[in-house]
Design a protein around this ligand. Structure first.
Ligand code: PXP
Length: 240
């Protein structure tokens, strides 16, 4: 099975918004990423619109050929936007205003009743729903109970650890990916992935998709977005 690469373009918008105006354009980045081998584009419309804006989502839906994966908090506002645009996929993420990035996975187990409404509404609109969760048996079991077709494992902890602790975290991700597949759920992974740490995650045979943003956009400053995405694609393909 080919491992898909979703390129997260949020931080192109971060740079744009640092000055206002419209440069650099995340839609242009999405088109370039597609040419360089991305299989999908991921964008997180945060409640505070700190990077991606509503207009970016309008334009991504209208101007790109690749499937859009909309990352969203489980709120009525975001649900309304998702249902209006009907992107290919929606990934439900926890969101805290004060955090710099999505710091941990959803508590799918503790928030069953709240999340069930969003999973059902998105699913009924034919939007592929994914839950961004920590790689734990408890969270996979909760995703099964919610009927989510996809989970995305938060790889932030894996990315920040090293040595034996990292190896243990990788084992947790691999075990949870196998458990997800056993229960009919497609496992994805993402957060904090780089050229240096992507290969072991990409080598987990059940993982169907990686969503990668910050590192690719940062690396693009030095080598260009095309080279940055191509290199990630090569590493991922070589790992399978
Ligand atoms: N997947 C999800 C659900 C995320 O929230 C993020 C960060 O926005 C990513 C993947 C990408 O993480 P990074 O920018 O660290 O590559």
């Amino acid at each position: 099975m080919k491992l898909r690469l979703g390129v997260n373009i949020d931080h192109v918008a971060t740079i744009r918004n640092a000055r206002g105006g419209d440069h650099p354009d995340p839609v242009r980045a999405a088109i370039l990423a597609a040419k360089a081998g991305a299989d999908g584009i991921t964008a997180h419309l945060r409640e505070d619109r700190r990077h991606i804006t509503d207009n970016d989502i309008d334009r991504l839906m209208a101007e790109i050929d690749l499937p859009l994966n909309l990352e969203m908090a489980a709120t009525e506002e975001m649900l309304e936007i998702a249902l209006r645009h009907r992107p290919h996929a929606a990934c439900i993420v926890p969101e805290k205003r004060e955090e710099r990035t999505t710091e941990g996975g959803l508590d799918a187990a503790g928030q069953h009743n709240h999340l069930a409404y969003f999973v059902d509404k998105l699913g009924a609109a034919n939007i592929r729903v994914s839950l961004f969760i920590e790689p734990s048996e408890e969270q996979v079991a909760a995703a099964v109970r919610l009927g989510a077709p996809v989970v995305e494992f938060h790889t932030g902890r894996y990315a920040h650890l090293d040595g034996e602790a990292r190896a243990n975290e990788l084992t947790r991700i691999a075990d949870c990916a196998a458990l997800a597949v056993k229960n009919g759920i497609e496992p994805h992974a993402g957060h904090g992935l780089t050229f240096d740490n992507v290969v072991p995650v990409a080598a987990i045979p059940q993982v169907a998709e990686l969503n990668i943003g910050h590192f690719l956009i940062g690396e693009a400053i030095f080598t260009g977005l095309d080279a940055s995405v191509r290199r990630m694609r090569e590493l991922m393909d070589a790992a399978r």
